[in-house]
Design a protein around this ligand. Structure first.
Ligand SMILES: Cc1cc2nc3c(=O)[nH]c(=O)nc-3n(C[C@H](O)[C@H](O)[C@H](O)COP(=O)(O)OP(=O)(O)OC[C@H]3O[C@@H](n4cnc5c(N)ncnc54)[C@H](O)[C@@H]3O)c2cc1C
Length: 394
């Protein structure tokens, strides 16, 4: 006979979206810690394929939780956007930070553990069956009856697949390599520059960009180089991603054959998507992230804010339909921005004629001059003390 553990909130996945949900619940009331169980098939510190760029939106969510980034990070002070020989830059102090996900996710989860959350690592969820009064969740080592399940299990979400989530969300394709670098001589390391090169949009029919992100892996400098293909226009043929990466790296005197390519998708955000069914909500990549730039960490953390509000609300009202969760997500400023980005992606990645692209590029260059991002001393992150006073969940 199977022994079921009774739990109020079972979170599947301990990436930033799952852990943020737990931390936000505990911020509302420390008693939540004893009511949450988190499960992950991996054991932290685990590798997660990612550029590791966290923008001020993500850092501000952490600050509202009273957290300052502890893992080693690389401060990007200039984001240079390239198209052929024309570039323009966003400046800031910093514009964003680059972390390694193994370290970041481990640190965030340890914070939740320190606040009392129970975490089972190294056991995959293998089955999930919703009932009227609970959701039955089976892992490799446990069986649960959970009053609420949070699917925070990423773009390839098992929970979505198992529950035959019926919507038409799409995925972007990404591949990346890590190349060892000399931080003293490499200009990107020296000057704090991250590069997004959109030239392959017209040379390789890519619906996205090539990136160079300076980062540190266990204290050693590496360039994270990759290709993002949004597939915003699915009717157009797929770009050859390895060839695109190969050609872009060759221009930077690197040979792709010397490195191991890894790939992973990002599920698209769609405001028309289904974000919940009774007793189960989606957060993070399982729900959908940014098809314009491939940003997901800040949104994953932000889903945690909204998800926690929805869960607390459900228990308060004893209504586990989560009928209003989608409206709550759509009303949040972070996700309003995600909706704008989705529209922009569909427009920007439609452009395939070089002359038209150049025109758009010059216009964007002009617009930047009227924003705060032209100032290298601009600090977009709210300091933790100030942010605590504007916390959404005091
Ligand atoms: C190549 C690449 C580069 C990227 N670069 C950036 C970037 O620079 N900046 C940025 O903001 N975003 C970036 N992203 C996006 C970002 O990585 C994601 O948006 C983010 O990881 C989403 O977090 P999450 O918590 O929703 O899911 P994840 O971080 O994917 O975590 C999901 C967790 O669920 C667990 N899991 C999965 N299945 C099961 C199961 N059956 N049972 C138990 N556990 C399970 C996994 O082990 C994992 O720990 C990039 C993505 C890719 C692929």
């Amino acid at each position: 006979m199977v022994e079921f553990e009774q739990v109020d909130v079972l979170i599947v996945g301990t990436g930033p979206s799952g852990t943020s949900t737990a931390l936000h619940l505990i911020q509302q009331d420390p008693a939540w810690a004893g009511r949450i169980v988190m499960v992950d098939k991996a054991v932290h510190p685990r590798d997660k394929l990612c550029g590791g760029g966290i923008t001020h939106m993500g850092l501000n969510t952490l600050a509202r939780l009273g957290l300052e980034l502890e893992p080693q990070s690389f401060d990007v002070r200039e984001v240079r956007l390239l198209y052929e020989d024309v570039s323009y830059s966003f400046f800031g102090n910093p514009v964003f930070r680059i972390i390694r996900r193994a370290e970041f996710d481990h640190w965030l989860l340890q914070t939740a553990v320190a606040r009392g959350v129970t975490v089972y690592q190294g056991e995959a969820v293998t089955d999930i069956i919703p009932h009227d009064d609970y959701v039955q969740v089976v892992t490799e080592n446990h069986a649960f009856q959970a009053r609420v399940v949070v699917a925070a299990d990423g773009s390839r979400s098992f929970v979505r697949r198992r529950l035959k989530w019926d919507d038409d969300s799409r995925v972007a394709r990404l591949i990346e390599v890590l190349t060892p670098e000399d931080a003293r001589t490499q200009p990107e390391f020296r000057d704090g520059v991250a590069i997004f090169d959109f030239t392959p949009m017209t040379t390789h029919q890519l619906q996205g960009y090539y990136w160079d992100f300076p980062s540190f892996v266990q204290g050693k400098p590496y360039m994270n180089r990759g290709v993002f293909d949004s597939r915003a226009r699915p009717e157009r043929p797929k770009a050859d991603l390895p060839q695109t990466l190969r050609d872009e790296m060759a221009e930077r005197n690197r040979n792709l054959d010397d490195f191991e390519i890894k790939g992973h998708p990002i599920r698209w955000w769609s405001k028309d998507g289904r974000f919940a069914i009774p007793r189960v909500i989606l957060v993070g990549d399982a729900a959908g992230a940014d098809p314009l730039m491939g940003e997901g960490i800040a949104f994953a953390l932000g889903y945690g804010t909204v998800g926690a509000q929805a869960i607390a609300d459900a228990f308060r009202r004893a209504d586990f339909s989560f009928a209003t969760y989608r409206e709550m997500v759509l009303a949040d400023p972070l996700f309003k921005q995600l909706e704008i980005r989705t529209k922009l992606a569909r427009f920007a990645y439609m452009l395939r004629y070089p002359w038209l692209f150049r025109l758009g590029w010059q216009a964007a260059r002009l617009v930047i001059r009227f924003t705060r991002w032209r100032d290298p001393n601009y600090v977009p992150v709210i300091p933790p003390s100030a942010s605590l006073s504007v916390a959404r969940n005091p």
